[in-house]
Design a protein around this ligand. Sequence first.
Ligand SMILES: [Zn+2]
Length: 125
Amino acid sequence: MNKFVTAVNCMDGRVQEPVVAFMKKQFGATYVDMITEPGPDGILSEKKNEKLIESVRDRIAISVEKHGSGIIGMFGHGDCAGNPVDKNKHIVQTMDSVNLIRSWFPDVKVFGYWIDEDWKVVEIK
Ligand SMILES: [Zn+2]
């Protein structure tokens, strides 16, 4: 059976394949719906651009409602051109974003992840 999961990720080319590979392995997914922005953790936590936040929410909704995704990964990474903050701030912003996404989709499991300097994915607890 085809299983979709969802990733909210940076548009940075370096983090696409690591995130797809991680989500497939971690959750036994067939497909990963990828919702990308430059530094999405900054966009969703700073709440400066309502239109963009709405666009992210609408795209997650398609993944959840049309593809039946029950799992969303929210990813932050270092050396992020779209959101050039330090690691601690990324971690805080990623978890703020997780909480926002949880408020939109209370029936879906939402996890926060950090992508380290070796492009390895680590869960933020
Ligand atoms: Zn980035």
